[in-house]
Design a protein around this ligand. Structure first.
Ligand SMILES: NC(=O)c1ccc[n+]([C@@H]2O[C@H](COP(=O)([O-])OP(=O)(O)OC[C@H]3O[C@@H](n4cnc5c(N)ncnc54)[C@H](O)[C@@H]3O)[C@@H](O)[C@H]2O)c1
Length: 466
């Protein structure tokens, strides 16, 4: 498995590093007139945060940072919808009055809002990228140019061309000694970290099979009806991003990446190919309208690793069926429950043999209360790396997890076996030119002549997903 990209060769100096060596006041005067304009005696080393994408997760990540981050403050907010930064400001201010320093002129709206928000930060500050994934490479490119550390939400990519682009950007960020966290929070679950070590130490033998399940009723923007009046096609697709492959990789990428990522971590490998089934049982709303989104409502993927072992993943968005949301690792000597519930829910546990019961239990995770929240842990880890100037770049493995997820999705959508290399080298970029997007741009997905959006047709459309 590829570990975080190294940036040992960088000579870049972080603000913290500089201050540690020189003292704040000395640093402030020594830096006067240099290219590092952000050290002011009065502000010492408080890290400023800008949020790009003020939705559920952008606001949530800001709350996490403010909760566990020590000397941090939210400084700028950006979104394409005008009401969003205002709403996030109001809710953050309500809970963290003294840590929210967002003057009205630092509430930015529009497709260039991300630039203004990042322009208001100083090199070494942190930007949270929490828009739908389609914009990740655009915003990350700008963050690197501005010398910002980054926390970016998963998934990172949905297609081959943007994955290659993000892999290159990962290297660029490392070369500038920027610290980049990726919101695959399973990696920061203290229980899964211990499980990973136990599996590496041979507690359940060689891994033969892994299984992940996320099956529950429709959530988020899993399905969408035709666009109502009063909103442009482009904004409708952005708003309901889970419904459109270009924006999110669909519900498959958005919902299922966590299990796929942490199971591959347990194996210390990425699968080399995938075959998959999927379809849409229900396309009618309760009042008889036809949903126009691109998602299937059930997916079943068989991933194969280089050594021939398998990982099965089942995803379902359907009401009235059995809900299962957990993940398992089967070894030659025993079984592990990785996530007991949800994406990475406690506790993790191991068992002798393949039956998970009390008698056969070898270990169950015990995590101190203050370490139980992986969303907090990922911020503790990122900020510690920034403050101690440690190598920290989760982008490469974040792209790889995104690619492996896309590989399963593409196998289901095309009805073909898809290898890792085929996914990486697939030329179909779902939404080219997003760095030039304006409010007047056409939406990346256009209605076909029949008035419907193109949807996957396994066996009929096999080179691309739609
Ligand atoms: N790690 C997790 O557990 C977790 C949980 C939920 C969401 N997420 C991820 O976070 C991301 C956002 O998801 P969400 O649930 O917060 O969605 P959301 O719709 O609540 O928020 C996204 C926000 O981004 C804004 N936005 C869209 N395009 C923009 C652009 N170009 N510039 C600026 N703002 C833009 C939207 O208007 C919206 O306010 C997704 O990638 C999702 O997968 C991760």
């Amino acid at each position: 498995m590829n570990e975080p990209t190294s940036n040992e060769n960088s000579n870049a100096t972080t603000r913290r590093d500089f201050i540690k060596r020189t003292g704040t006041l000395a640093a402030a005067s020594a830096l006067a007139g240099t290219a590092i304009p952000y050290v002011h005696a009065a502000e010492d080393n408080t890290i400023r945060i800008a949020v790009v994408g003020c939705g559920g997760r952008g606001s949530g990540a800001a709350v996490d940072a403010l909760t566990v981050g020590g000397a941090v403050k939210v400084y700028a907010l950006a979104d394409v919808f005008e009401e969003k930064p205002k709403q996030t400001f109001a809710s953050l201010k309500n809970s963290f009055a003294d840590k929210v320093d967002v003057a009205p002129e630092r509430l930015f709206t529009g497709f260039d809002a991300y630039q203004h928000a990042m322009d208001s930060l100083r090199p070494g500050d942190v930007v949270i990228l929490a828009t739908p994934l389609a914009f990740r490479w655009v915003h990350f490119t700008y963050a690197i140019a501005k010398g910002l550390n980054v926390f970016m939400e998963k998934p990172l990519t949905a297609d081959g061309p943007t994955s290659k682009r993000m892999l290159k950007l990962a290297e660029d960020a490392a070369a500038k000694n920027l610290k980049v966290g990726v919101g695959l929070m399973s990696r920061h679950s203290r229980a899964l970290q211990e499980l990973h070590k136990r599996i590496e130490d041979g507690e359940i033998g060689d891994i033969i099979l892994m299984r992940g399940y996320r099956m529950h009723g429709p959530v988020g923007f899993f399905s969408s009806l035709p666009k109502p009046a009063g909103i442009s096609e482009l904004m409708y697709q952005i708003q309901r991003f889970h419904s459109f492959l270009w924006a999110s990789g669909g519900n498959f990428s958005d919902f299922y990446i966590h299990h796929i990522d942490h199971l591959c971590w347990m194996k210390n490998a990425w699968p080399v190919k995938a075959q998959a089934l999927g379809g849409r049982h229900y396309r009618q709303s309760p009042d008889g309208q036809t949903y126009i989104d691109q998602n299937f409502d059930n997916y079943s993927v068989e991933y194969t690793f280089e050594d021939g072992s398998k990982m099965l993943f089942d995803g379902r968005c359907m009401s009235g069926c059995a809900d299962i949301y957990s993940s398992y690792v089967h070894g030659s000597k025993g079984l592990a429950i990785a996530s007991k519930q949800n994406d990475c829910g406690l506790p993790s546990s191991t068992y002798k043999g393949q039956n998970p019961n009390r008698k056969s239990q070898l270990w169950e995770s015990k995590v101190a209360a203050e370490d139980q929240n992986p969303y907090h842990n990922e911020w503790k880890d990122l900020l510690a790396a920034i403050r101690n100037n440690e190598t920290y770049n989760e982008v490469k493995r974040g792209v790889e997890a995104s690619l492996v997820t896309s590989m399963g999705r593409m196998a289901a959508h095309t009805g073909q076996q898809i290898t890792y290399d085929e996914m990486l080298n697939s030329p179909h970029e779902f939404a080219p030119g997003l760095d030039k997007l304006t409010a007047d741009s056409p939406a990346p997905l256009q209605l076909a002549a029949n008035g419907r959006y193109p949807i996957p047709q396994p066996g009929l459309v096999t080179e691309r997903e739609y």
